[in-house]
Design a protein around this ligand. Structure first.
Ligand SMILES: Nc1ncnc2c1ncn2[C@@H]1O[C@H](COP(=O)(O)OP(=O)(O)OP(=O)(O)O)[C@@H](O)[C@H]1O
Length: 311
């Protein structure tokens, strides 16, 4: 292809060992008066997210996510959601957005969740602005640097028996030094339709499917199953048959293609677990560093950040 170049904006390599930062937790008796709330930095279907500083420690920047508990389908969903927030607070990992605290404001039906601020956008924006817009692919080495962190985060989440449920580039946040922070865990289902609330069969292996989609999208700059999105039947058939265009073999290793393929198999029990994906990707990262193999580039035309799942 013409007028394309290699992606030179490689994310820095980062340590993926577990952090122990209990000081990060802000305590159980939080209220809004303890924060200087700044501007709105994002909006979800059932939430608004604001930047804020913690008054007792003014240099401490956080994100505050406000969700309407009353918009949940039923009171059981509300209770489950509050319980899940408690669970999410136990997650401590350098590549997982930290849940720092939560509180309900004056019985207003609003739950405020205090999160670690990930201030440099997300992987969806990065893929668009650094790759697609400039018609260049990431190097394999850069992909592994991102992906190893994501796989490490998922391994940690699964080891705490939590399913993420919404792994996609828009939920992979970045910090200013391009450290990955996997965010938006688990809670989305509490604000959705009863079908999604039940999410029949959604489990750890479903996250692995999404992880395979994510790895594919980082390489191809488009999700594996979006090519027939105008035709739902064809799309469904492709997902059920696990048929998607191969990654360009002159740019990316066969091992990468194999890892994608092992996550995108129909039978959930045949997919690797998060620990295996982490170890394989770590090995392949080391191999790609040693080989220092720089692929050529090939721009892909479209970008869609929602994955289809067949579960
Ligand atoms: N910890 C964070 N740090 C920085 N920005 C964040 C953080 N969490 C969320 N955001 C921003 O807020 C936006 C809304 O996030 P939120 O999790 O409320 O909704 P969503 O999951 O993106 O959307 P939906 O709930 O409709 O699926 C995100 O797109 C992101 O830009």
């Amino acid at each position: 292809m013409e007028n394309v170049s290699y992606s030179s904006e490689l994310p820095r390599d980062v340590t993926v060992t577990n952090g122990d930062d209990d000081e990060a937790f802000l305590g159980d008796m939080l209220s809004l008066s303890q924060f200087n709330v700044g501007c709105e930095i994002g909006k979800g279907q059932f939430s608004q997210v604001y930047s804020a500083t913690f008054r007792p420690c003014p240099f401490r920047q956080v994100a505050i996510k406000r969700v309407e508990l009353l918009e949940m389908v039923d009171s059981k969903a509300r209770t489950d959601c509050l319980q899940e927030v408690q669970l999410l607070k136990q997650l401590k990992h350098p590549n997982v957005v930290r849940y720092l605290g939560s509180f309900e404001e004056n019985q207003s039906g609003q739950l405020l969740i205090v999160l670690e601020l990930a201030g440099a956008g997300d992987l969806a924006k990065f893929l668009f602005s650094s790759c697609q817009r400039n018609a260049r692919l990431m190097t394999e080495q850069a992909i592994w640097r991102f992906f190893v962190q994501i796989a490490s985060a998922l391994e940690h989440i699964h080891s705490r028996r939590i399913v993420h449920r919404d792994i996609k580039p828009a939920n992979v946040f970045l910090t200013s030094d391009l450290t990955v922070k996997l965010g938006d865990l688990g809670l989305g289902r509490f604000f959705s339709s009863p079908e999604r609330l039940n999410q029949c069969g959604y489990d750890f292996s479903s996250d692995i499917w999404s992880l395979g989609c994510l790895l594919y999208e980082m390489a191809a700059l488009q999700p594996p199953f979006n090519c027939f999105k105008s035709n739902w039947n064809a799309l469904r058939q492709n997902i059920e048959r696990c048929e998607y265009p191969p990654l360009p073999s002159d740019r990316y290793s066969l091992e990468m293609q194999h890892l994608v393929g092992s996550c995108l198999v129909r039978a959930p029990t045949e997919r690797p677990n998060a620990q295996q994906v982490f170890h394989i990707s770590k090995t392949l990262q080391l191999r790609s560093i040693l080989a220092a193999k720089l692929p050529e580039v090939d721009p892909s035309p479209t970008c869609c950040h929602t994955y289809s799942r067949f579960e």
